[in-house]
Every structure is written in C-alpha cells, then in structure tokens.
Write a protein that binds this ligand. Structure first.
Ligand code: GLC
Length: 423
C-alpha cells in the first residue's frame, strides 16, 4: 500500500495549513494506522489537528480495511518487512501476544498513567512483563432493538435468544404484511472472519458451552451445548436473518439496521452514536440491552483497541508521545462523546459530559467488566489460527456445510494438533 496515495482526503486542508504554521525544525511527521470497526477519519483529522497545534508534530492517518482479520494480515506483512514508514499502530485487544516482539515496551513511558486504566486491560496488553500497547478504547457488544416496533407489536425486550427470535419473527411477519418488504428480524456478523469468532463465542458461552479454549488451555469447544447453539443460529439464516448475513461484517449489519430494515442487531457500541446521527433512519427509535441468555447466562465478547509503537519507527520518542496522547483521558473523552467508544480510563465512566452525550457508556461499564475474553492469552502466538479454525467451523455450519457436531469434532482435532505443536 502506498502511503502517499492514502494521504489525500484524510486531513482537511485546514489541518494541513495548521500543521504548516506550527511546524518547527524539530517537528516530526508521524504515520498512524487505524482501522477499528467504524473508525472515522474526520474524527482523527480533527484530533490530530489539535495534536499538531500542541506539539508541532504532524500525523498522517493510514486507513485500514475495517475487517480486523485483513488488518492483522497487513500489519504482519509490514512488521515482518521492518517497515519504518509506520510509527504507531492501532491494535486489536487479541493481538498483543502475537505481535509483542515487534513493538516497543511502553512500561516506562506510561508508568504514571497505567493506574488510571482498568487493570484487566493493562494486563491484556502486557506480555512477559512488557507493556506492548496502551489502551485506546474497550468494546463489549449490545443487542440493539427497535423500541417503536417492539411497542407496536407488544413484544418485550428479550431476555433469551428464544424470546429474541420469536419477537423478531412476529415483527418481521407483521411489517412485511403491512408492506415493509425489506425488514428482517435480526442482523449480526456472519462473515468468515474474526467478527464471527466474537458472535459465535457469545452464542456458545451463553448456552453454557464454554469459551472454545478455556483460560487453562483446555480445548472445550466440542460439546453438545455448543453444537446445539450453532444449530439454533443456523435456523435463523434466511428466516429471521437475511441470507446475506453470512457475508456481513459490523458495517454491513449497521447498514441494514440504520436504514430501518432490522428489528434487532448485535453490534459494538460505536453503532450507538452513528445510529443516532442526523442521517440515520433509526435516530431516537432504538435502545440497547445486554445480549440474550441461551441457558448459561448472557455473554458478551471482550473487544477493544490499543496503540503500539513500532520498533522500526525512526522517531520512537515522538511516536511514544503520540501513543500516550491517543490513550490519554482527553482523547478518550472525545472518542467517548463523539464516537460512543467505551473508555479504558475508569474515571470517564463518572464523567457527566460522557453520560449525557452517550448514555450507553455508563450503562455498559458492567457489561464490559464481565465480558468474555477470546482465548488469545492461552493460545498465544497461535491465536489467529485457532480463531480462524473456529470461525470456519461456525461458518460451515451456518452455511449448511456439515452438522455442528461434525464440524466441532473436526475443529477439536485441529486445535489439538495446534496445541501439540506448542502454543
Ligand atoms: C471490534 C472489536 C475487536 C474485534 C472486532 C471483530 O472492532 O473491538 O476486538 O476483534 O470487532 O470484528
């Protein structure tokens, strides 16, 4: 990917002008890659303009595809090649063990601020005592629902997946009969990628089927509760969920939802501010609740994004300063207020401006604190393969390619082999 090609349109001309005015002899040009789901380049342009005004350093954003799986592949290529063009990487919460060797240790730089963040998040970014990345925001999904439609059809806010599916069908049938032909009951992330690992972990865990690989390394996924959960979801494809859901990532789900064509959606908090945006057809018509219980309790997968400094950066000090700023309370507050991303700084959950702008944030503190981690800690450098084997087994099942029981049995064999080779 050519960086200069990506420059155009990312920063407004005003940002360039401001950068030019404040640039001093010691100012550096930094490159930051970003791609967290729903990332907004206009937001970064505004924030990095402020940064230039403060420090003189300029920041160019290198946008990434919104699929975390595609980003990971790109990052691996750049890092393996020792690319010195990128200074700061935005990293998914699951990547720390896999990319730890390529990033600088931020322990010293962050020693005065780590105490402000939730310890569990700092822990997730610490590999063998090295602080690989600083937390930028955390993530835990919600069940988005249309208040107006549930009221119209006298349906309760669902507590279980079965209730959700039943209400989805009643509303979908009623609306279609009334001429609203494009409406669907439930949209989620069914594409074969990391997002499906997140959704399917929630289905399996909420059914009492474990968390794929348990924190102690036990491979638990091949069990009847997990298989039953996947078989249930399969019955939704092309009934309450569009057939195309098997190709949806977060943004495709949000597209259907935000044009008013879904009763329920599983998505991360970023979709909250966008759903209430001026151009959204569902503005003011929806609310959020915790994901439904499948017999084993509600389960939300822990997500989130961090900032790491490349060990190949030519300006490690300036890059570290930038990473510190992206993780700071000032930046996180703006992200919370404007983008409804969940802060990793404890105090921001009691901030009145945040609560007023995005009520989901204080409401979601406990959801995120109880969220289920994907098994990246126990499977370490093999996590990506483990996840890809898992999402493939799930995608095959939902596509009618083999039964859940058979696919999970084959998955167990693959994971056992990976574990045997050392993870
Ligand atoms: C969100 C989460 C991230 C996850 C991704 C999957 O961006 O924050 O952790 O991997 O979705 O699509």
């Amino acid at each position: 990917m050519k960086l200069n090609l990506l420059l155009a349109g990312l920063l407004t001309s005003a940002a360039f002008a401001a950068a030019a005015m404040t640039t001093t002899a010691s100012a550096v040009e930094l490159h930051f890659v970003s791609g967290a789901t729903g990332d907004d380049l206009a937001f970064y342009a505004e924030m990095f303009k402020k940064y230039t005004e403060k420090t003189g350093d300029t920041v160019t954003v290198v946008p990434m595809p919104s699929s975390t799986t595609d980003q990971f592949a790109q990052y691996k290529l750049w890092l393996a090649a020792g690319n010195s063009d990128i200074d700061v990487y935005q990293t998914d919460v699951i990547w720390a063990p896999q990319l730890a060797d390529q990033f600088l240790d931020l322990t010293d730089a962050a020693k005065d601020v780590v105490k402000d963040h939730f310890p569990s998040i700092i822990q997730s970014q610490t590999v063998n005592g090295k602080l690989v990345a600083l937390p930028a925001f955390t993530d835990a999904p919600a069940l988005y629902y249309r208040k107006d439609l549930l009221e119209k059809y006298k349906q309760p806010v669902p507590k279980t997946w079965e209730e959700m599916a039943a209400s989805a069908k009643i509303v979908q049938d009623g609306e279609r009969a009334a001429g609203n032909k494009d409406i669907w009951g439930f949209v989620f992330q069914g594409n074969a990628y990391e997002g499906l690992t997140c959704d399917a972990l929630e289905w399996v865990k909420s059914a009492g089927g474990g968390q794929i690989v348990e924190p102690d390394g036990t491979i638990s996924i091949n069990n009847p509760k997990a298989a039953a959960a996947l078989e249930l979801i399969k019955t939704w494809v092309n009934t309450i969920s569009p057939p195309g859901v098997l190709a949806y990532q977060e943004e495709e789900s949000r597209g259907v939802w935000q044009t008013g064509n879904a009763v329920f959606m599983r998505n991360w908090p970023y979709a909250y501010s966008l759903g209430n945006g001026a151009d959204s057809k569902v503005k003011g018509l929806f609310d959020v609740t915790t994901l439904p219980d499948g017999g084993g309790g509600s389960a939300a997968t822990l997500g989130g994004w961090n900032v790491a400094v490349s060990k190949y950066s030519k300006n490690p000090d300036a890059a570290t300063k930038l990473a510190m700023w992206i993780a700071s309370a000032e930046f996180q507050k703006e992200r919370a207020v404007k983008r409804s991303n969940l802060p990793t700084i404890v105090a921001l959950y009691d901030d009145a401006d945040v609560a007023k702008a995005q009520p989901i944030i204080p409401q979601w503190k406990n959801v995120f604190l109880n969220a289920v981690p994907r098994p990246s800690a126990p499977t370490k450098v093999k996590y990506n393969e483990v996840s890809s084997d898992f999402w493939s087994a799930v995608h095959d099942t939902l596509s009618g390619n083999g039964s859940a029981a058979d696919n999970l049995e084959a998955l167990e064999a693959k994971l056992t082999e990976l574990k045997g080779a050392g993870w």
